[in-house]
Ligand binder design. Structure first.
Ligand code: ZN
Length: 90
């Protein structure tokens, strides 16, 4: 099952935090490890923006936590290992 992986991102226009649900844990892992752009969206301003490097760092921790609740968490963790991603120690 592909559950969306919700994460907060601050809208650069209204400076309000919007929870993002467009990505699954798996697609977030792929984007984080490949260094691909992760876009956030604000429904109020109807605008999209790439999240900041700081937000990416926060997101790695968050996805790691969320992955434990994912149906394919073992595959996710194997993906982390394969990519040798530096995970922050919590
Ligand atoms: Zn906004």
């Amino acid at each position: 099952m592909l559950e969306p992986c919700n994460f907060p991102a601050m809208c650069p226009k209204c400076k309000d935090v919007r929870y993002q649900s467009r990505y699954t844990c798996r697609s977030l892992v792929i984007r984080l490890t490949d260094g691909r752009v992760i876009e956030a969206h604000c429904v109020i301003c109807n605008t999209s923006w790439p999240i900041s490097p700081q937000e990416r760092t926060d997101l790695i921790t968050r996805v790691q936590w969320s992955a434990t609740g994912c149906a394919d968490s073992s595959a996710l963790l194997a993906a982390w290992d394969a990519e040798r991603v530096q995970l922050p120690t919590v």
